[in-house]
Structure formats: structure tokens, C-alpha cells
Write a protein that binds this ligand. Structure first.
Ligand code: LLP
Length: 462
């Protein structure tokens, strides 16, 4: 076996990585036990060609059984990632609240809930999903989001969620009013904006004062003190979220230091803060490279991240909440697409697939890079091609000028690292039914969402 991008997961170069020094932590260098992706090539044999598989599952067979475009996820890898966080935080009371927005499929919520996860939601709809998948997890839900409606707040109060992450003074006033009306005390955390810069795409960076998110950390103490007079509000925690796809632990530590100083101040003020919510945002490596000589080791990443947070919280007796989304599900997923045609326009070669920007919008929206590999590789020389969908937009591409081995119509391509913000951000643009989803768990493969039909799409129209 070798990984999707071509190198044995147990390679010597991974094992030989030096330990990095983070204060208070010895990093394990055994991350080769946790390959970045669960998709690997088999060796060609007399009976079969080399092909991409996930454990015992042939992606070729899944594509013929369920059709394409098709999202496929590895439950085993999702659970492995959850366990990495849980283990790295063993020394502190903690709760991993999976960010539902990354992939809100009910089966994935159910899987995570059964293994102790809580949830970070940003809408009434996401709460309904959690309640449908795992009603027993309602008291492990935190409700984030910069604009909550009265109806959404009511729903969450009735479900008795763990806490509201409140993003403005007006929202706190609304929360108090709804709580009073329903005679239910609302536990809240202010989502503070720590004014910390984190290197990421500008659309998904959130931790600066100029962003729409959170409450200026300099105003927080006053707001907590004012709220202390309201019998329907219970100050429960302090929360922060500085952005997404952040590769370095350093900005998380910097934000946490500011939060920790606020918590100490509040505790001196007699406000009994019980939780600190560090938000989500830990990034993955989308560029594992064709030779897979990557420095991305999920276990080491999580340990480094947890250590940076722990260092900042040292001495504080609070429960730590985390809201990872991408890190748990991105690399567990692929989008399988069938090649419809290969066409040449002038100097360019376009590989047109049956998947499009409506199925996975990340390349079009953020110029995001997703590695794309053939399910059954063909021999021959690599040449630069654009891999595009059939949607009537020039922005409908998955890759531009990407060096690929020969590709023929009918071939299957796997778009990697598509488990997060893939299906969750899909649409019906061009009246395209959305893909089916399959969840692989051990030797089981389950269809967790059937392919949409045109009848589904027309059903809401009068
Ligand atoms: N908590 C809050 C309050 C958030 O806003 C987010 C993501 C998360 C947690 C989870 O962040 P993660 O661990 O997944 O980075 N669609 C974009 C990403 C948008 C992230 C929005 N907020 C993408 O495809 O890259």
C-alpha cells in the first residue's frame, strides 16, 4: 500500500522526523500511525489494476454501485481525529464541540455524538439536525453565529443547550428577553474578538477588530458585569474563534492568553466563569504533494495546538471547549467524479467531469487547492490540464494547469480532502441535483444520503 499521493504511510522519512520543542510537551513522532488521508493505492496484480481504495473498499465499486458525483467519507478516520483531540486534552476537563457547518450529515453527527462529541451550531437548522441525529447531545451544544433570530434562540432555550456564544450587546439583550419570557435561565459566553491576526484566506479570517465577528475584548468586562444583574442570564464562559484553516498554533496561543487574562479579571470580579471556548480553525495540509513527502502529521499538529492553548490557560480552573470542524472531517472525505469528456481549446486541455462547482465550491470561492488523483491511474506522461465541471461559469473549475497523467472519458477522479465544506456548501445551481453520500466504517459501507432527484428540487415551488 501507498498513500493516495504515492508514498508508504510507514515511510522512514516520517519516522525520522525530529521532535519539536513546545514548552511543557514532548511530541510523539509516531504520527505515521495516523496517515493524513485514509485513501491509498493498491498494488497492481495479475487480477486487477492498481486502484484507489479506502481500507477494504474499492472506490471503483462504490462509484458503480451509487453513481457519481459521490461523496465518500471514512468514519474510522473521523473517529481517529476526534480521539486525537480528546487524548491531547486529557489533563483538563474538556468537550470537543464539532462545528456542524463543516459537514452536517446526520450520520456523521450521530457518529461523533456516540463518541462523546458535543456540537457547535450556527443556526436553528443546525440545532434541528443535532436534535434529529442525537437528541441526548442537546446539553453538549454551543450556539455561535453573528445573527440569531428570536425563534432560533427560543428553540435553543427549549432544548436546554450548554451555552450561547453571544456576539453583540444587542444579542445579549434579546437573549435575556427570550429567556425571561420562557422562564429559563440562559447560559452564555461572550464571543470576544481578541484582535489577533492569523494567516489564512481573507474570507475565513475572523479575529481582527475590523471583522464582523465577536465583541471587542476591551468591552467584555463591562458587559459581563452589567449582565450579572439580570436573573435570566448566567455568565458561563468566554469564547473566541479567530478564523479557519490556520496552520500555526501560535495565533491560537496568543488569542488564548488574552482570553485567560479576561477570565482571571472576571473571576476577581466575582463572575464565575466555568468554560473557555477556543473555537475552531486548526488547519490541514491540502498540498500533500505527489511524492507525499509531507510534513503534515495530524497527531503532532493536535498536540502542538493543545499545548499552545494549555500553556495560555495554565492555572485556570475552567473546562475547555473546542470547535474543530475541518480538522475532523476534511481529509476523511473524497468527491468522486466521472470524466465526461476531454476537450482541447487552443493550447489548453479541459477535463470535464460530472461534478461541478455546485458540488464543491471551494476552488471557485477561495481559489482553494484540492489534490485530484485518478482512481485507476493510467501509464504515460503527465501534462497540464484544467479539470472543470459542466456549469456555465468560467469559475467552475477544480484545478487549473494541473499536471496529470493521461485521462480518458469515463475515468474516475477522486478530489481529495473534500469532507469539510464540500457537501455542506453545495447548491442546486444549474438545477443540478446534489450528490449522494456514503459512509465507510470498518468493512461496512452505508448510503447516508441518497442522490437528489429533480422532483426533490421542484417540490418546494408553487
Ligand atoms: N467555530 C466557529 C464559530 C466558526 O465560525 C467556525 C468556522 C468553526 C468553529 C470551525 O472552523 P474549522 O475548524 O472548520 O476551521 N467554508 C470555508 C471555511 C469557513 C469557516 C467558517 N467558520 C472553507 O471551505 O474553507
Amino acid at each position: 500500500m501507498r498513500t493516495a499521493a504515492g508514498i508508504p504511510p510507514e515511510s522512514a522519512s516520517l519516522k525520522a522526523r525530529p521532535k519539536r520543542s513546545i514548552p511543557g510537551l514532548t511530541l510523539s513522532n509516531s504520527s505515521s500511525k495516523f496517515p493524513a488521508r485514509p485513501f491509498q493505492y493498491t498494488h497492481a496484480s495479475a487480477q486487477s489494476d492498481e486502484q484507489l481504495v479506502c481500507g477494504p473498499h474499492s472506490l471503483l465499486a462504490l462509484a458503480s454501485q451509487y453513481g457519481t458525483p459521490l461523496y465518500i467519507y471514512s468514519a474510522d478516520q473521523i473517529l481517529e481525529r476526534l480521539a486525537l483531540f480528546q487524548q491531547a486534552l486529557l489533563a483538563r476537563r474538556h468537550l470537543v464541540c464539532y462545528a456542524v457547518k463543516a459537514n452536517s450529515s446526520l450520520a456523521i453527527l450521530k457518529l461523533l455524538a456516540a463518541h462523546g462529541a458535543g456540537f457547535d451550531i450556527v443556526s436553528g437548522g443546525e440545532l434541528q439536525r443535532v436534535l434529529a441525529a442525537a437528541p441526548e447531545a442537546a446539553n453538549r451544544v454551543v450556539f455561535s453565529g453573528v445573527g440569531k433570530t428570536a425563534e432560533e434562540i427560543d428553540l435553543a432555550l427549549d432544548a436546554n443547550i450548554l451555552a450561547f456564544n453571544v456576539e453583540s450587546e444587542a444579542e445579549l439583550t434579546l437573549l435575556a428577553a427570550r429567556a425571561a419570557k420562557r422562564k429559563r435561565k440562559a447560559r452564555f459566553a461572550l464571543r470576544v474578538n481578541p484582535d489577533v491576526f492569523a494567516e489564512t484566506h481573507p474570507y475565513i479570517s475572523t479575529g481582527l477588530r475590523e471583522h464582523k465577528f465577536g465583541i471587542d475584548i476591551r468591552q467584555a468586562r463591562r458587559i459581563y458585569r452589567e449582565a450579572a444583574g439580570n436573573r435570566w442570564l448566567a455568565a458561563h464562559g468566554v469564547s473566541v474563534h479567530i478564523g479557519s484553516q490556520i496552520r500555526s498554533a501560535e495565533p491560537f496561543g496568543a488569542a488564548m492568553l488574552r482570553v485567560a487574562a479576561l477570565v482571571r479579571q472576571l473571576q476577581r470580579d466575582g463572575i464565575p466563569i466555568q468554560t473557555v471556548d477556543a473555537g475552531g480553525g486548526l488547519g490541514i495540509d491540502y498540498h500533500l504533494g505527489v511524492d507525499n513527502n509531507s510534513s503534515f502529521h495530524p497527531k503532532a499538529k493536535v498536540e502542538e495546538y493543545a499545548a499552545a492553548i494549555e500553556l495560555a490557560l495554565k492555572g485556570l480552573d475552567v473546562q475547555l471547549l473546542l470547535e474543530p470542524g475541518r480538522f475532523l472531517v476534511a481529509q476523511a472525505g473524497v468527491l468522486l467524479a466521472r470524466v465526461l469528456t476531454v476537450k482541447r481549446n487552443g493550447k489548453k486541455t479541459f477535463v470535464v467531469t460530472d461534478a461541478a462547482m455546485n458540488d464543491l465550491i471551494r476552488p471557485a470561492l477561495y481559489q482553494a487547492f484540492h489534490e485530484i488523483v485518478p482512481v485507476v491511474p493510467r501509464p504515460g506522461r503527465a501534462a497540464a490540464v484544467d479539470i472543470v465541471g459542466p456549469v456555465c461559469e468560467t469559475g467552475d473549475f477544480f484545478a487549473r494547469d494541473r499536471k496529470m497523467k493521461p485521462i480518458e472519458p469515463g475515468d474516475l477522479l477522486a478530489i481529495l480532502d473534500a469532507g469539510a465544506y464540500g457537501m455542506a456548501q453545495s447548491s442546486n445551481y444549474n438545477t443540478r441535483p446534489r450528490p449522494a453520500e456514503v459512509l465507510l466504517h470498518g468493512d461496512q459501507a452505508a448510503l447516508i444520503r441518497r442522490r437528489e432527484t429533480i422532483a426533490d428540487l421542484l417540490a418546494t415551488e408553487l
